[in-house]
Design a protein around this ligand. Structure first.
Ligand code: GLN
Length: 472
């Protein structure tokens, strides 16, 4: 039976567990074995030694007829999500020895269900990056081609799922960090509506943009995980009580908007071809494809790279090496700060702290931060207008397939990776990346992602169309 675990969806696992065909201990041991066999991918920073204990408890729960959707299912968590008593380093040397003192809201939810947490996954330091090369600990490799990156910043989580080293994983998405690595690793990644999943216990990057979301092998798995982790949380005042919110309707035939002027620019031609082919297939199923224009979309990346560093530099100010985390003595208090932060934070994080401090500084605030927030409003209005005519908006998830480790040495070329994913975070709307056909590049078959975004709380539309797309 264990031979089939790699092919099972979460629903299959649920059925098998409930029927007693296999136990959570067997399932967990299988994924742990895969994780160990795939150690050279560096998907995990730590595999939890208490996973089997939790699987045993899940088996008792299942036998007692109390199974919920994720009871006994092995799940990996990105290293920026707090699990009480475990290390949470956010991929950074400065938090290398930091132990979480409480559970993130999503972890509470998973524990309540009896899910089995099997390890913490590698990530770009403080979620800053698109390749997982910015981790202070290891470079994660793409399971499709080990000379290539898995994407980032949740590259460890997507590599874990893609290599069958976890049934499901959680990541975080501030500008694409779930969807872009999902596209590179050939798995499904959902960036939920901002506020539908609590940020309590997520090590913050850009608080107005961050959201935790699920990664799985198919849309159904991601939908199950999303429903398990979402909900109002009193510890995060931005969480939405969706009983008081208009949920967008889902119809059988949907209109899919394509921002043409945006999609044709600078995209790998093979990626574009697969994207067009998927649109044709959707059309053949009776959906309508409609060209749209979003005039302010082209300013998304520029405004993101002002808003995010501003928020990140503020958030990271609390990590000063004084109360917890890496500490290096200086000659005086200022010297302590300089040494601890200078040595503890990596290059990309320091760059963003400097950028953020600059755009918020007196004399520059209005010119940069003020302007970027104004542009953010215009981009939101663009989307609101577009959603009067279309149900979802589709683009490729990324302009290229997975690139080589070390290929993008300058920060700007790395930042351009976010071109299609960042608007959803700027606006707060949900987005999904679903794998379509692979393309051949440099002798490897590399996955391509098809991205769809929907209006606020329009996840149902994404699940419905996502299932159609993955069936092609
Ligand atoms: N590439 C983005 C960045 O470096 C990813 C951010 C994210 O989604 N965490 O800012």
């Amino acid at each position: 039976m264990s031979n089939n675990f790699d092919k099972m969806t979460v629903k299959d696992m649920r059925k098998g567990l409930n029927a007693g065909d296999f136990s959570s201990v067997e399932l967990t041991e299988h994924f742990l074995k895969n994780a160990k066999n795939n150690k050279n991918l560096n998907a995990y920073l730590e595999i939890f030694d208490d996973a089997v204990e939790h699987a045993k408890a899940a088996d008792v729960q299942i036998k007692g007829g109390k199974a919920m959707s994720l009871t006994g299912i092995p799940i990996a968590l990105k290293d920026n999500i707090l699990i009480k008593g475990k290390t949470a380093s956010a991929g950074s040397k400065i938090l290398e020895n930091y132990t979480a003192t409480y559970d993130a809201f999503v972890v509470e939810k998973l524990k309540d269900q009896g899910a089995v947490l099997i390890g913490r996954t590698n990530m770009d330091e403080f979620a800053m990056g698109s390749s997982t090369e910015n981790s202070a600990f290891a470079i994660t490799r793409n399971p499709y081609d080990k000379t290539r990156v898995p994407g980032g910043s949740s590259g460890g989580s997507t590599a874990a799922v893609a290599s069958n080293s976890a049934a499901l994983a959680l990541g975080s998405d501030t500008a694409g960090s779930i969807r872009q690595p999902a596209a590179f690793c050939g798995v499904v990644g959902l960036k939920p509506t901002y506020g539908s999943v609590s940020r309590s216990g997520l090590i913050a990057m850009g608080s107005s943009l961050d959201v935790i979301g699920p990664i799985g092998k198919c849309v159904d798995d991601v939908e199950i995980a999303y429903n398990a982790i979402r909900g109002k949380d009193k510890a995060d005042s931005t969480t939405i009580d969706d009983t008081t919110f208009d949920i967008p309707e889902v119809s059988n035939k949907m209109t899919i908007g394509v921002p043409r002027d945006f999609v044709s620019s600078d995209i790998n031609p093979n990626v574009l071809e697969k994207f067009e082919k998927t649109l044709d297939a959707l059309k053949a199923c009776g959906h309508t494809i409609k060209d749209i224009t979003l005039p302010y979309l082209k300013y998304s990346l520029a405004s993101y790279y002002i808003i995010m560093p501003a928020e990140a530099s503020t958030n990271l100010a609390r990590i000063d090496g004084m109360r917890y985390g890496f500490h290096l003595d200086g000659d005086d208090l200022l010297g302590d700060y300089k040494n601890s932060r200078g040595e503890g934070f990596g290059r990309e994080v320091r760059r963003r702290i400097l950028l953020g401090a600059h755009v918020l500084s007196s004399g520059y605030y209005d010119a940069y931060y003020g302007k970027a927030t104004a542009v953010r409003r215009f981009i939101k209005e663009d989307f609101e207008k577009a959603f009067r005519d279309v149900d979802v908006i589709a683009t490729p998830t990324t302009p290229t397939p997975a690139f080589k480790i070390g290929e993008k040495a300058d920060p700007l070329s790395m930042y351009l990776e976010d071109i299609f994913t960042v608007p959803a975070n700027i606006v707060g709307i949900p987005g999904i990346s679903v794998p379509i056909e692979t393309i051949e590049e440099g002798g490897s078959n590399l996955p391509v992602g098809f991205q769809m975004v929907a209006p606020l709380l329009g996840e149902e539309r994404l699940f419905k169309l996502g299932k159609v797309v993955e069936s092609f």
